[in-house]
Design a binder for this molecule. Structure first.
Ligand code: MTE
Ligand code: MO
Length: 203
């Protein structure tokens, strides 16, 4: 059998629009940057990742430590609350599940507050960070994650609006209650599911 030489090279139009959550547009090749603060210069050799709070054994990883963990990739779409979506992104790093397994969440742990080196915070229910839904990433398209996109290391939670994907991540604190993060305190939705168009508080 010979290889088909005709037909669609790209993705058919209908399939693309099915991937677009309500009120979003396809940003194409662009990868906009959105930062509420000055872009920090984080030295990978000084960067650490801590998981603490409602856990049996809090732990801190270095750059070398996270690179020794089994690698994991996310290939798929991302959705920003400012209405751009980007299809077929490719981020590399590790699954957040590996960090959670290492610290053993206590039965009381229900929520997580993610903190960046800049002080930016965002909150999530623990179940939205566990179970193969979230990554710690340091490559984009096979290259080191650019600083403006959160390099050296950012959180990636692609099933929620992109503000949940804290750039320059340094800590995940497991909590027995919910604590609002930066945008959540400032009028954005507490969960931020793009398919339910949960943009603002009250949506
Ligand atoms: N530390 C930090 N993380 C952050 C932000 C920020 O201001 N600081 N902005 C958030 C918002 S609102 C969005 S839409 C995405 C933007 O990521 P990008 O700049 O890589 O597109 O990062 C999120 N993570
Ligand atoms: Mo955003």
């Amino acid at each position: 059998m010979s290889k088909p030489t005709r037909g669609f090279v790209g993705r058919p139009h209908a399939a693309r629009s099915n991937r677009l959550p309500p009120g979003q547009y396809d940003t194409g090749r662009d990868f906009p940057t959105l930062t509420a603060e000055a872009t920090p210069r984080v030295d990978p050799d000084r960067w650490t990742m801590t998981v603490d709070g409602e856990v049996a054994t809090p732990h801190t990883w270095t750059w070398a430590d996270v690179h020794r963990l089994p690698a994991s990739e996310y290939r798929g779409d991302i959705h920003c609350v400012t209405t751009w979506s980007k299809f077929d992104t490719r981020f590399g790093g590790i699954s957040v599940d590996l960090l959670l397994e290492a610290v053993t969440p206590l039965p009381t742990a229900t929520h997580v507050l993610a903190t960046s080196t800049t002080g930016y915070t965002t909150n999530l229910p623990l179940e939205h960070l566990a179970g193969g839904k979230a990554w710690l990433v340091w490559t984009y398209d096979g290259k080191p994650l650019p600083r403006e996109h959160g390099g050296p290391v950012r959180l990636l939670v692609p099933h929620l609006y992109f503000w949940k994907s804290a750039k320059w991540i340094t800590k995940l604190t497991l909590l027995d209650h919910d604590v609002e993060g930066f945008w959540e305190r400032n009028g954005y939705h507490n969960l931020g599911d793009p398919w339910l168009e949960q943009r603002y508080h009250g949506d």
